[in-house]
Structure formats: C-alpha cells, structure tokens
Ligand binder design. Structure first.
Ligand SMILES: Nc1ncnc2c1ncn2[C@@H]1O[C@H](COP(=O)(O)OP(=O)(O)OP(=O)(O)O)[C@@H](O)[C@H]1O
Length: 311
C-alpha cells in the first residue's frame, strides 16, 4: 500500500468512527473552514508558524505556494491526518484540533478528498473503490443500492458507465483522477479537497477537469479547497487564492488583486512569463465566448451588469 492509500485508509478509518453521525443539517455559516495560529513542525523543520486561513462557504479556494511550503500538510491538518503542534482548526464549526483521535465529530462524512495520486485501491474496480467510504459510513446499505450510487458517482465525474467495472491500471491518468473524484463525491460531501487535481494531465484534460470542478461546485453547492500549481486553473475557476509563503498565508484574494501585491514570490508567480500566458489565454477565451454571441445578447449582457438606478 502506498502513502496515499495509507492516507486514504486512515481517513476512512477515522471516518468510520463518525458512522453514527447519521443525518446532519448542511452548514449555513460563512466559513466552513477556520484555521488560526497553526504551527506544524517535523523535527527541527517548522512548516507552518502561526498560519491563519478562513475558507468561505461556496467558494473554490485555490491554495498556492512554492514546492515544500506545506500546502499538503495544511490540507492533512484540516482533515485530521496531521496533528499540529499548536493552533486551532474548525470545520463546520467543530474543532478538529481539540478532538480525541477516536471522537465522533459528525463532520468526517461531510467532506471528500482527492489525494495527489488518486489513492485508488489497485485491487478494486472503480465502482468498488467508490463504494469503500459508503460501506464504512453506511454499512446497512444493500449491495444493489451501493452499486447504483457508485455508478451514479462515476458518471457524475464524467467517466463512461463502463468504467465502473475497470481496474485503476486499465484507465488513463485523466480517468484515474476522475475515478478518485467519484470516490471523493461518494458521500455527497459539502466540502471537497483536491490536491493538485490537474497535475500530470495534458492541457485539454486539465481544462476539462477544471470545468467539471466548477460545474460540481455550482450544481452541488460545494466548497472546494484546491491545491494547485496550475495557473490556468487559478485564473479559470478559483474565486479566491491563498498564497502560502514564509510559513503563513501571506495573502488571500482574487487573482487580479493578488497580482497588484508587490511580494516577490507573488510577482514572479503571477506576472512571470507563465502567469502572463495564462492570463492571455483566459482573456482570449472570454473574448471568444463573446464573439459567438449575437450582438443583441451581448448588449443585454452588458446592460445586465449596469447597476440598477436608485429610485
Ligand atoms: N510526514 C512527514 N514527515 C516529515 N516531513 C514531512 C512530512 N510530511 C511533509 N513533510 C515535509 O513538510 C514540507 C511540506 O510538505 P508538503 O507536502 O506539505 O509541501 P507542498 O507545499 O504540498 O509541496 P509540493 O507543492 O511540492 O507538493 C516538506 O519539506 C516535506 O518534506
């Protein structure tokens, strides 16, 4: 079993303790994730030192930072797979950091996680992989219903129905990501964690995955915590982006606002050649969308944006 599968199993094992959580109301507060004063260290190495972060309900929050700045460690801390040295983390208003490891918090079945490599079990079919969390949280579901839910989640993730019976090694990299997404969606989560979902995909596959993420956010009302290095993803689908540097979240804002900041890493990242290329590509996309529209529709759209006159 590789590290990611261990992570996945650990999450599921921890999650199984929430089995009795049963029904719950959807979170109605403003911030489903609140991190305050987070400190994480490994031996002498301090990864986070007083990191604060609030994720808004219904947003896609991109999380960026140089390699090794602790993006994945932050995600692992939020989902309870990494115990911080200091600080507090609340998810859906429940403290993750104060909880005993085996405490039933009633929140662990309300998020889904797509780990970097997908973390699929290679000896299980895609459908069986999707059923793993379902069986752990809802052990009384009969097998026909389990199969039906799994098939639905697989198709929701943009895979053909036949993929249900396939093994991970029979799928392309892009399809494996979608299978991992299907499993992350298995419990109808309110919160979705995606760790570099487009890494290793070709630009077309990456763009399709981005569109799917956006569509899922809109149709299922998800909040998405998305770790990425992909500038196109940041420009195309993220409502806000949190930048990790110097062991903290140094800025959190929309991409255009971040680009105005004069922090050297932010400038190099967003205004370097790759950042500018991503921006140009996005502007062209937008232009193409307008070019395809009849002029009248364009005018209506422009007028729609005009703020109403106060009476
Ligand atoms: N279990 C662990 N034991 C020791 N060190 C660890 C452990 N997990 C992570 N680290 C270290 O913490 C640092 C941050 O790792 P993390 O994986 O969070 O980085 P990242 O920002 O996600 O990087 P990347 O963009 O390259 O994926 C790295 O130096 C890593 O080696």
């Amino acid at each position: 079993m590789n590290d990611e599968q261990q992570d996945s199993t650990a999450g599921e094992q921890t999650g199984s303790r929430d089995r009795a959580a049963g029904q719950h109301e959807r979170f109605r507060g403003e911030y489903p994730i609140v991190v305050e004063g987070l400190v994480n260290s490994f031996g002498e190495q301090t990864i986070h030192d007083g990191l604060d972060l609030k994720v808004r309900r219904g947003e896609i929050l991109g999380v960026v930072g140089g390699s090794g700045t602790g993006k994945s460690v932050l995600m692992r801390s939020i989902i309870g797979l990494q115990t911080p040295a200091e600080g507090s983390i609340e998810v859906f208003g429940r403290s993750i950091t104060d909880a005993e490891p085996d405490e039933n918090l009633g929140v662990r079945n309300r998020w889904g996680v797509l780990f970097q490599g997908g973390a699929l079990f290679s000896t299980l079919t895609v459908g069986e992989n999707v059923q793993v969390p379902l069986k752990q949280f809802y052990p009384d579901l009969d097998s026909q219903l389990l199969e039906e839910i799994a098939r639905y989640k697989v198709m929701l993730s943009g895979l053909p129905e036949e993929a249900v019976a396939k093994y991970p090694n029979e799928l392309s990299g892009g399809m494996r990501k979608r299978a991992g997404l299907a499993r992350a969606l298995s419990l109808d989560p309110e919160l979705l964690f995606l760790d570099e979902p487009t890494a290793g995909l070709d630009p077309i596959g990456a763009s399709k995955f981005d569109k799917l993420t956006l569509e899922l956010k809109r149709t299922l009302g998800l909040t998405v915590f998305l770790i990425t290095h992909d500038l196109d993803t940041l420009h195309e689908i993220c409502d806000r982006v949190a930048v990790i540097a110097d062991k903290k979240v140094i800025a959190i804002d929309t991409v255009p606002k971040l680009m105005e900041l004069d922090h050297p890493w932010i400038q190099e990242y967003f205004n370097g050649p790759r950042g500018r290329a991503a921006l140009t590509a996005q502007a062209l996309d937008e232009l193409r969308r307008h070019m395809e529209m009849p002029i009248a529709a364009q005018t209506v759209k422009a007028l729609d944006k005009t703020p109403p006159k106060s009476s």
